[in-house]
Design a protein around this ligand. Structure first.
Ligand SMILES: *Cc1c(COP(=O)(O)O)cnc(C)c1O
Ligand code: SF4
Length: 310
C-alpha cells in the first residue's frame, strides 16, 4: 500500500487508506495500471477502485458477505442461474483486486472448476442440454495459461450443444500485455461464436496499450462489449459516463451493462442509489446514440436474469 501511494505521489495523511489484515481481500494492482493514475490526486478514479480504505471495515446494514446468495449454487464450478447460459468459474485469480467486487468473499477454494476438476465441470455441462452459451468467469479466465484455455475451448466445442463462448475479463483493461499472440490465435481459431465482455469503469483506464489490445481482439471477429459498475466518486456523473462510452467505442467496444453495486460487505462507500442511476442513464440518452448507452441493471438473488432499472 505504501508503495502504491508512493507511485501515485499521494500523501498517506490525505487519504484514509488501510492495510488489509491477513485473511482480508488483499491489495492487488499491476504497475502498468498504477502508471495510468494521476499523480498527486487522492481522488483519482483508478486509485479509488483499488486502494483499501478504512471505510471497508464499516458494518453497514444490508451489505452482506454473499449478497447474491451464490454460495452453494455452483455445481463443480458451473453456475447456472439463467436460461440457456451457464457460467464456469475457472479460476479464483484476478489481475487486480477491485475493492467493490461482489466476489471478494467468495469461497473459491470449494467452487472452482480448476484443471483437475474440468472433467466434472464438463460432465455437468454435458447434462445441461438446454445451455448454448458458456460464460468463462472467475476470478478472471485470462489468469489461466493459453494452453489451459485452449484445452478448455476444445472440450467445450466437443460438447456439441454449445455454440457460443463468452469471456468475462478485466485483463485487456488492467493488464493489456496479457492479450498476446497465443490468446489472439485461440480467439480467432476456435469453432464457437466468441464474445468478450471487458470491464472498464472510467475513460482514464484506456491508454494506447489498452487500445492496441482491444483493437487486436476486435480483429479476431470477437464481439467486444463492456460492463461497468456505477461507483460513487468514480463514474457517477454524466460527463464521465459519456467519456467512457465514447472512449470504448473508439476502440471497437460497445457498452453493454452498467451494474448497480451489489451490496457486498466492505463496499458500501461506493454505493450510488438506483434513482441517481436512472437519472444518469436518461441524461446519457440525450447525449449519446442509443448504442452507446449501457443498460442499467441490478442482480437480485433468485431472479431468472438481471433486473433492468429505469
Ligand atoms: C450476469 C450473469 C450471466 C449473464 O447474463 P447476461 O444477461 O446474458 O449477460 C450468466 N450467469 C450468471 C450467474 C450471471 O451473473
Ligand atoms: S476483476 Fe472482476 S472478479 Fe476480479 S476483483 Fe475485479 S471485479 Fe472482481
Amino acid at each position: 500500500m505504501r508503495e502504491l501511494l508512493e507511485i501515485v505521489q499521494v500523501d498517506a495523511n490525505c487519504i484514509d487508506a488501510m492495510q488489509p489484515a491477513a485473511g482480508e481481500f488483499p491489495l492487488r494492482v499491476p504497475r502498468s495500471y498504477a502508471a495510468r493514475m494521476r499523480k498527486g490526486d487522492p481522488a483519482d478514479p483508478l486509485l479509488l477502485q483499488v486502494l483499501p480504505l478504512h471505510a471497508e471495515r464499516m458494518d453497514v446494514p444490508g451489505f452482506a458477505h454473499d449478497p447474491l446468495r451464490e454460495t452453494g449454487l455452483a455445481n463443480q464450478g458451473v453456475l447456472k442461474k439463467y436460461r440457456g447460459r451457464a457460467l464456469l468459474v475457472t479460476t479464483p485469480a484476478c489481475p487486480v483486486h477491485c475493492r467493490y467486487c461482489f466476489r471478494r468473499h467468495f469461497p473459491y477454494a470449494d467452487q472452482v472448476a480448476a484443471r483437475d476438476r474440468w472433467e466434472p465441470a464438463l460432465r455437468t455441462l454435458r447434462g445441461m442440454t438446454d445451455v448454448t452459451e458458456v460464460i468463462l468467469s472467475g476470478g478472471d479466465p485470462l489468469s489461466l495459461t493459453n494452453r489451459w484455455i485452449g484445452e478448455l475451448l476444445h472440450l467445450i466445442e466437443g460438447l456439441g450443444h454449445i455454440d457460443t463462448v463468452r469471456f468475462h475479463t478485466r485483463f485487456p483493461i488492467v493488464l493489456p500485455e496479457r492479450v498476446d499472440h497465443g490468446i489472439l490465435t485461440l480467439l480467432s481459431t476456435n469453432q464457437l461464436r466468441t464474445v468478450m465482455v471487458v470491464h472498464c469503469n472510467h475513460a482514464n483506464e484506456i491508454d494506447s496499450s489498452v487500445r492496441a489490445a482491444l483493437e487486436a481482439v476486435a480483429r479476431t471477429e470477437t464481439v467486444l462489449l463492456n460492463q461497468s459498475v456505477l461507483l460513487k466518486g468514480i463514474n457517477d456523473n454524466a460527463d464521465r459516463l459519456e467519456s467512457l462510452s465514447r472512449a470504448l467505442f473508439s476502440c471497437g467496444v460497445l457498452p453493454y451493462y452498467i451494474h448497480l453495486l451489489d451490496p457486498v460487505r466492505g463496499a458500501a462507500h461506493f454505493d450510488v442509489p438506483a434513482s441517481r442511476g436512472t437519472e444518469l442513464i436518461q441524461e446519457l440518452r440525450c447525449r449519446l446514440p442509443g448504442y452507446l448507452v449501457p443498460q442499467l441493471v441490478r442482480e437480485e438473488p433468485g431472479q431468472p436474469g438481471k433486473t433492468a432499472i429505469g
